[in-house]
Design a protein around this ligand. Structure first.
Ligand code: ZN
Length: 246
């Protein structure tokens, strides 16, 4: 059964198998970080994070990534490796972590709700690629977003843009779910927004417990989406019932 979220907090479904970390060589710190704590709803960004230009960030990351590779013992003179530090730095700043910069969120123009459509609008199966902030490796999955419009609507692709913007940061799935809902509420000026994310975390499958079959589901409901009938309609649209079996 789905938990009804009275306090309007994010609900995390315990889909991941209960597997104890048995590797005795795994440090306490590593076990703690595997629990994926989220400390704040806002991404913890330093006060002067954007005082450095993007090109300076690329230069600095290139320098430090080179050091990491060097410490690992890699020969940076090798033709195949020598371009890697700069390639990684550009990928971090321009792509994978471009959503750290608030200016990367495109303009969200509103349109009047001329049809007076007051039903549910669901944008489902939005592709998700993000990076776990505890391990800096990807988590991938699907995002389902719904809202009930008041006076205004936004272009459908803007919902994908919001997802991409917040996914392009070092992230925690729970925070991502909340940030998507909060932004959509702000943009379309309605309280009635919901988001469900189902994702596979590579930090769970390719390392640590090495469980390649489990996935993690998070959900956040706001406004009328806390009502059972509305929530059920949303689940029906995104076909979650059959998948969840809980
Ligand atoms: Zn992780």
């Amino acid at each position: 059964m789905f938990g009804v979220d009275q306090k309007n907090e994010v609900t995390i479904f315990p889909i991941q198998k209960q597997i104890k970390l048995t590797n005795k060589f795994m440090s306490d710190f590593d076990e703690m970080s595997d629990d994926h704590w989220m400390t704040t709803i806002d991404t913890p960004i330093k006060e002067f994070a954007f005082d450095i230009s993007e090109s300076d960030k690329i230069k600095k990351i290139t320098f430090h990534f080179k050091k990491i590779m060097d410490v690992l013992g890699l020969d940076l003179q090798d033709e195949s490796l020598k371009g890697t530090p700069e390639r990684v730095a550009k990928m971090y700043v321009n792509e994978l972590f471009s959503g750290l910069n608030p200016s990367s969120l495109p303009e969200m123009s509103l349109f009047p709700n001329n049809y007076r459509y007051n039903g549910m609008l669901v944008e489902k199966d939005i592709e998700l690629y993000s990076i776990c902030e505890h391990h800096f490796i990807p988590f991938v999955g699907k995002v389902h977003v719904a809202y009930i419009a008041n006076e205004n609507i936004i272009g459908l692709s803007k919902i994908n843009r919001i997802v991409q913007h917040f996914a392009n940061r070092p992230q925690v799935q729970e925070r991502l779910t909340i940030q998507i809902v909060d932004k959509l509420k702000e943009v379309v000026k309605t309280d009635d927004v919901a988001c469900v994310i189902e994702a596979k975390h590579l930090c769970v499958s390719m390392r640590g417990v090495k469980d390649s079959t489990s996935s993690t589901i998070t959900a956040k409901y706001s406004g009328t989406f806390n009502e059972t009938a509305v929530k059920e309609e949303f689940f029906k649209h995104i076909n979650l019932e059959s998948k969840f079996d809980i």
